[in-house]
Design a protein around this ligand. Structure first.
Ligand SMILES: Cc1ncc(COP(=O)(O)O)c(C=O)c1O
Length: 396
């Protein structure tokens, strides 16, 4: 039967990773794949994760299934982390969380739940958005529409165009927002813009859906959660897909969460039952290990403090590199062309290069980035930063 299927074009990021691995140039630089890297170019296991692992293995007595909502400590910990322990909506018992296989799993079960409630519902995503949003949401049956977001000319937010477009969105549609550290452009909403979005959601009657994959890697845990907390306090219904891949460095353990805010206790329970049923029909139960580690870290004050220190160090490194890149480009070019880099947040920024320039960087300098000229800032280090800046200036 599979002879009916057609060959697919290779995934561009996976292709880039394979090409990088085969490149023998000792100066090769990988700015493509979206994982945090330390100064040595490694994606480390956090110390708090290693300690949680030791405690977890000593305490584990069974490998029987976890229930569909996953580890209860994990779910409670994520709710406090994302919404804030004192959030009135959390205290009112109007939030339910299930553990999911990564942020992607959370996005997908949310999409399936939406499609159950409103088949073919329209979901508006930023232009541009993370490429995987389209299959994760669209393949579940949702109709994807675009709202204006990134302004390539100013390397900032098209705030007026975005808010103008949201002001036209019909009641009952959904709007996907990047909670912080926008992937791919690094341009985030400021608190006043989140306030405006929250007001529009209420006035227009659309449902916000926040994808929070980089919490703590932008400005700080509380600052990065401003938008999601504001929405949770303002709108009657909110969907939040969060991920522990980047901020806990648990990528391959597939740890994420789906949290739903409902307007009243009865709907909260219905939605909680439905989402578990959706999960049951796709993967039945989430994997336990990564969620158990995060649950342990978040329910132990010492481990939480250690995790925050390690998270702060990752964030400070990224933000330090952003500043250094702007300075080095300014010195080389004598212009402010790259001053936008430290204005942006998280791992990604568009350099604003053409596809030809990106190809030239790859072919002549072994510097790898996505065609759109999105770079993973964390791939830069003190060994390669001058080489990278020189090469970019050469292709310009
Ligand atoms: C914007 C965005 N959302 C969600 C995810 C999901 O991550 P994961 O499924 O690895 O937790 C990612 C990962 O790169 C992302 O960039």
């Amino acid at each position: 039967m599979f002879e009916t299927l057609k060959a697919l074009n290779p995934d561009p990021i996976l292709g880039l990773m394979a090409a990088y691995r085969q490149d023998q140039n000792p100066k090769r630089v990988d700015l493509g794949v979206g994982v945090y890297k330390d100064e040595a170019g490694h994606t480390p296991i956090l110390d708090c994760v290693k300690r949680a692992d030791t405690l977890h293995r000593a305490a584990e007595t069974t490998k029987t299934y976890v229930g569909p909502p996953g580890d209860p400590d994990f779910d409670a910990g994520i709710e406090k982390l994302v919404f804030g322990a004192d959030h009135p909506t959390l205290k009112a018992g109007l939030i339910r969380t299930v553990q999911a296989p990564g942020g992607c799993g959370a996005l997908r079960i949310a999409a399936e739940l939406i499609n159950r409630a409103k088949p073919g519902a329209a979901i508006w995503v930023s232009d541009p958005t993370w490429a995987n949003h389209v299959p994760l949401l669209g393949d579940a049956g949702l109709e994807i529409k675009l709202y204006p977001y990134y302004d390539a000319a100013s390397q900032g937010l098209k705030a007026d165009a975005m808010l103008g477009a949201l002001a036209q969105i019909p009641a009952g549609d959904l709007v996907l927002l990047h909670g912080c550290c926008h992937n791919p452009c690094g341009v985030d909403l400021k608190p006043a813009e989140w306030d405006a979005v929250a007001k529009l959601a209420v006035d227009r009657g659309f449902t916000p859906f926040v994808d929070l994959a980089y919490l703590g890697l932008g400005t700080g845990l509380d600052e990065d959660a401003y938008g999601v907390r504001k929405l949770a306090a303002t709108v009657p219904e909110l969907i939040v897909a969060s991920s522990c891949s980047k901020n806990f460095g648990l990528y391959r353990e597939r740890v994420g969460a789906l949290s739903l805010v409902s307007p009243n206790a009865a709907q909260t329970d219905i939605v909680f039952g439905q989402i578990q049923n959706v999960a049951r029909g796709i993967y039945s139960m989430p994997p336990n290990y990564g969620g158990a580690l995060v649950g342990r870290i978040l329910s132990d004050a010492t481990l939480t403090a250690d995790w925050k220190r390690e998270l702060n160090a990752m964030r400070d490194r990224i933000n330090g590199l952003r500043g250094q890149l702007a300075t080095k480009f300014r010195e080389r070019l004598g212009t402010h062309r790259f001053d936008f880099i430290p204005q942006q947040l998280g791992m990604f920024s568009f350099l604003g290069l053409t596809k030809e320039q990106v190809a030239q960087l790859k072919n002549e300098y072994s510097i790898y980035m996505v065609d759109s000229s999105r770079i993973n800032v964390a791939g830069v280090n003190q060994q390669n930063i001058d080489y990278f800046c020189d090469a970019v200036c050469q292709v310009l």
